[in-house]
Design a protein around this ligand. Sequence first.
Ligand code: FAD
Length: 338
Amino acid sequence: MNNIFVYCELTEEKTIADVSLELLSKGRRLATELGVKLEAIVIGSDLKRIEDQVFPFGVDVVHVADDNRLFPYTTLPHASLVLHIFHHEKPEIAIFGATSIGRDLAPRIASALRCGLTADCTSLEIGDHFENKTQTEYKNLLYQIRPAFGGNIIATIINPETRPQMATVREGVMKKEVFDPKYKGQVKKVNASAVLRDEDFMVQIIERHMEASKINIKNAQVIIAGGYGVGSRENFQLLYDLADVLGAQVGASRAAVDAGFSEHERQIGQTGVTVRPKLYIACGISGAVQHRAGMDQSAQIISINTDPNAPINHIADYTIIGSITDVIPKMIRYYKAN
Ligand code: FAD
């Protein structure tokens, strides 16, 4: 069996993006399970010792294409380089982030290779774990797991025929974990000039405007999330007050965002961000499957809801039955005093 490849994205600072480190962590586990190697692809410019950033995640081989025309990302040269590598290496599995870059690049690669692609996965597993493990034709396949039909079912998708088995994976759903800080793999330099042609540079970036978002809830350790039950934008201020006391970030359900109670950048769930904080306090949130998809990996969940039967209470570690307008001021007073 051939190896597992992860396409690694770069941040503006030319470090490996968190989403790619998450995918390498998952890739390492899958590679160990299948008894194959984990390979990374890094494409950019001025990539000084970039391998030092990926080896601790258990990367056996990193393919590095370093050329001043390759940063920031543009579709055509990156696609040509990935295809060049794939033609030579024939990966068994290829994983990309479900980011704007991954969503642009992965379908182009899949289409060029005429293979399938499962977008927006929330989990990847090797097939043996599943009930049909006795069906040998499904053994050792990549089970690509993602919500489907508006989040009402969780679909498991397999690709028994074409290779590589390709998936994009949502940011934040895989745990970023160092495999071995001293792990050392091999660096394979890719000669970009020899691969790329003039037509790969048909699209030129003339100007870039960076909009710094002040809101970043993705890595918050404590999140106070408000739903439609919070009732108004004014009531959301209670959540900010509690967040101040706890050093937390404020998140929101889609219904709260749609009602104008909160900004879209704070939306958690299937069509928002995925979070896994140490503590998630759900305030006036019913717990629809599309919301849970973005927060059910939280270490501890507290629900504050007037309805004892709200679905969120079934996954909460603690439930407080009551109105947020009564409960939150009491919590603020308590935490301020302690
Ligand atoms: P509601 O379901 O209206 O629940 C409000 C809750 O507040 C109730 O449980 C109620 O008992 C409680 N309540 C009322 N008053 C009070 C009070 N004073 N104090 C305490 N509790 C009170 N949703 C997301 O959140 N994120 C997504 O990314 C997302 N993506 C979606 C994608 C698709 C394709 C679809 C179809 C839907 C998506 N949704 C998403 C919407 C989702 O289905 C739900 O409609 C939404 O999550 C409901 O938000 P809510 O829990 O805030 O509101």
